[in-house]
Design a protein around this ligand. Structure first.
Ligand SMILES: Cc1ncc(COP(=O)(O)O)c(C=O)c1O
Length: 392
């Protein structure tokens, strides 16, 4: 059956070959250390599970308005006010099926065929495909590794064209692990003044920052930034709720209305009792978040330090999220591999460690390792990598 050109243009996932191989080896009884997963190893906290049970029992099991239930939109406004210094009303908020759908709806609302979207590299895997599905053209912009992959304002200014419709800002970054400082965020915001560029600020990891690194939500820079920004977030990473498929976006009411129109004809929004449960999670005691954040920080420091002792490996220090994006290019010749997919396959077969090839994030010189796993697993995996690659 012929497929649409739009779908044919979508890239096959570069990670599938490696994850299929990992599953095969596991089934064959091998002990695989998994650094591939992009989700917390923690279970959803019991008090949040209890919210969902209560909402199901109370009959919160029917259709909801396309933009989401008002209680959830209100709770999201409170989150933005309390944590990001942003004042929104429910008309500025849409509740979506995870952050992933929020990003999809944002591009659907913004892009006409041929519109350009500047996408910093390395990027989260779904950004380029979602731009393409919605008719846009991806303009990758490579971050400077010596500056933790962060873009400098002049670089962004030079990349702007009359066709630039949107810019993606993901801080803290998956997979880069970097976080823009408030001054850097302000400097980036200044680039867009006087342009028609919308900034899609993916702030999913805003609570998972390490070593007290300061943070400024992009829309909180000033009125100009606020008016041009669609802020994306979700409870997935913060509250270990990846499978609940609930997220949200904040923007000008006309953008939210457009995104809601698309949502009303596609998913109809996330499961209603999950919307109520997210509202409760946002309003409940937040001490569990800090506990998880501290655990990630400790694991991240440890993984980063050990990676940098390995021969041919160099890794930027993560300041947020839970990923190390390690440059392994200098190992390729000795290992007889030509890129990150071959490197990951070899590491899986020889060391039984599962990684994600950097090509999925726009760089074939890197691999991504998630430290959303126990210290014991981190050490086990790093011991195996050390045996394979040697020490510096
Ligand atoms: C940067 C980034 N944006 C969006 C998402 C999607 O999040 P959700 O599970 O809320 O759809 C992820 C998930 O890994 C992510 O890392």
């Amino acid at each position: 059956m012929p497929l649409s050109q739009r779908v044919q243009a979508l890239a096959e996932s570069a990670t599938i070959a490696v994850s299929t191989k990992a599953a095969e080896l596991k089934r064959a009884g091998h002990d695989i250390v998994a650094f591939g997963a992009g989700e917390p190893d923690f279970d959803t906290p019991p008090h949040i599970k209890a919210f969902a049970h209560a909402h199901i029992d109370a009959g919160k099991t029917k259709y909801a308005p396309a933009a989401g239930v008002i209680e959830a939109r209100q709770a999201v406004c409170e989150k933005f006010s309390r944590e990001n210094g942003l004042s929104f009303e429910p008309k500025n908020i849409i509740i979506t099926c995870g952050a992933k759908e929020a990003i999809y709806l944002a591009f659907a609302a913004l892009l006409d065929p041929g519109d350009e979207v500047i996408l910093p590299v390395p990027y989260w895997v779904s950004f380029p495909e979602q731009v393409k599905i919605n008719g846009g053209i991806v303009k990758p912009l490579l971050g400077d590794e010596s500056n933790s992959f962060k873009l400098r304002p002049e670089q962004i200014r030079e990349a702007l064209t009359p066709r630039t419709r949107a810019f993606v800002l993901n801080s803290p970054s998956n997979p880069g692990g970097f976080t823009y400082t408030p001054d850097e965020t302000r400097a980036i915001a200044s680039v867009f003044r006087g342009t028609r560029v919308t900034v899609l600020a993916d702030e999913l990891y805003d609570r998972l920052r390490f070593d007290g690194v300061d943070y400024l939500s992009f829309a909180a820079v000033d009125d100009d930034a606020r008016n041009r920004t669609i802020t994306i977030n979700s409870p997935a990473k913060t509250y270990a709720m990846t499978g609940w498929r609930v997220g949200y976006a904040a923007a000008a009411p006309e953008i939210i209305a457009a995104m809601s129109r698309v949502q009303s004809h596609t998913t109809s929004g996330p499961c209603t009792f999950n919307q109520y449960s997210m509202a409760d999670a946002l309003r409940a005691d937040q001490s569990g978040v800090d506990e998880m954040r501290r655990a990630y920080q400790q694991r991240g420091r440890h993984m980063h330090a050990r990676l940098n002792t390995l021969r041919g490996v160099a890794c930027v220090q993560p300041t947020g999220a839970y990923y190390c994006f390690a440059n392994v290019r200098a190992t390729y010749a000795a290992l007889g591999v030509t890129g990150s997919v071959e490197f990951s396959r070899l590491v899986l077969e020889k060391a039984h460690v599962a990684l994600v090839p950097g090509i999925a994030f726009g760089s074939d010189d890197h691999v991504r390792l998630s430290f959303a796993t126990s210290m014991e697993q981190i050490d086990k995996g790093l011991d195996r990598l050390e045996k394979l690659l040697g020490r510096k």
